[in-house]
Design a binder for this molecule. Sequence first.
Ligand SMILES: [Fe+2]
Ligand SMILES: [Fe+2]
Length: 216
Amino acid sequence: MKNSDQGTSPANEQIAELLFQALETEIGGVAVYENAIRCAQHPELKEEWEKYLEQTQNHQRLLRKALQSLDLDAEQETAGRHVVRHQGKSLVHAMAMALKDGTPDAAQLVAAECVVLAETKDHQNWELIGEVVKALGDKANRALRQAYEQVEDEEDEHLYHSAGWARELWLQSLGLPAVLPPPEEKKKVKTALEAAQVKEERKEMTATSTSRRGDR
Ligand SMILES: [Fe+2]
Ligand SMILES: [Fe+2]
């Protein structure tokens, strides 16, 4: 794979845009987790979201530090950032609707999906920040590099484990064999490849419970 050694450097203005959007995603992420926790029924899911909430608060701090070190105003508004804020608020609104109108289990499902949606953007932001840091090499801002190194693994966990929860909670609600907590947790999945492998393995895990269901 080609990298920065080939001499392509990212556009400064768009790096700033990415960082503003990343900060706004983390701000929205805090609100998403605060509301998702209210929807959580499964104790281990609640515990997990409480942990992710703390990590998201820390990501926000790290990004503010990096922006400051780059002489960028963390409060600067951009059209893209406005959209990210809108998306975050929509997710919070969706959970409020589910809590008000649906059953507790349905609200938990909505919350799990909202977390996956929020974490998809969050994960991509940090993946892109990683690309920027790698492309800039020695010229990369130190605070940004340190932030990336601290956050990278946590974002992998946020996305893959949350997707596992959403899938298994849905299966459970359908009366189909479900593995809870999801196998992504037990296997500590950190990459898309591991996530795909776990999906294959879970078929075997659920085979026993399927035959048990057949007895009913
Ligand atoms: Fe984050
Ligand atoms: Fe995250």
